[in-house]
Design a protein around this ligand. Structure first.
Ligand code: ADE
Length: 227
């Protein structure tokens, strides 16, 4: 899979070169590029913003540099998914990550200021699958941090990115429930004991206990996830 992120702050994406995603890039399982939007400006000040028509606070990103960048980046066969991180978008979920992990090319359009001129998306929808996606009901300063979170959630589902594929099976949200609590050695730490059932070695009992813990934890903190 190839992932491109268009941004005025390409430095944000340096973290993708470390740990598992760094290894995945070295192994050519994923290719990642952070692209500076200002490279697609025409004026000497490399301007990317302007005031909004109709008034209102703040500045908006001009369409021209986005058009130039996307002309170059979108696959001509329409196979690119263009993701616009935005608090006004559909909610990003594990199922969204799963769906996106099967795509061959994703471009993240990371807006700053009050966002990007709407015509960029109206134009792009004939050239790519355009999706406005929100990380949650809060506002970030720009799309970069949201894009980073989405990239990590998507990339770790691509076969070969995570060494132990089994660890993807029992984690939070993979089954629709939150994950059960986990423990390692020592068996007693600061007077706190690892639950007896986990030390007994009865796999059926352990599976039942974990399922009950998942359900009670989900009921307590995320009842909206239960059927
Ligand atoms: N940009 C600003 N806030 C955001 C959010 N909550 N999700 C995605 N992108 C954003």
């Amino acid at each position: 899979m190839r992932i491109d992120a268009v941004t005025i702050f390409p430095e944000y994406f340096a973290a993708l070169d470390i740990s598992l995603l760094g290894k995945a890039q070295e192994n050519k399982v994923i290719e990642f590029n952070a692209i500076d939007l200002r490279n697609y400006t025409q004026d000497k000040h490399r301007t990317v913003d302007d005031s909004p028509y109709g008034g209102g606070a703040g500045m908006l990103m001009k369409p021209e540099p986005w058009g130039e960048a996307l002309d170059e980046l979108l696959n001509p066969d329409g196979s690119t998914v263009l993701i616009v991180p935005s608090p006004a978008g559909e909610l990003f979920k594990q199922a969204t990550a799963q769906d996106l992990s099967t795509k061959e090319h994703i471009v993240f359009a990371c807006g700053r200021y009050e966002g990007i001129d709407q015509r960029v998306f109206d134009w792009a929808k004939d050239k790519a699958e355009v999706r406005l996606i929100s990380l949650g009901d809060y506002v970030l300063n720009g799309g970069e941090v949201a894009a980073m979170a989405m990239i990590e959630a998507i990339a770790r589902l691509i076969p070969g990115v995570i060494g132990n594929a089994d660890s993807l099976v029992e984690e939070s949200h993979s089954s629709g429930l939150l994950e059960y609590p986990s423990y390692t050695k020592p068996a007693v730490w600061r007077d706190l004991e690892v639950p007896e059932v986990l030390r007994g070695g009865n796999h059926a009992e352990i599976a039942t206990w974990r399922q009950e813990q998942s359900v009670s934890r989900t009921k307590a903190v995320r009842p909206d996830l239960l059927p």
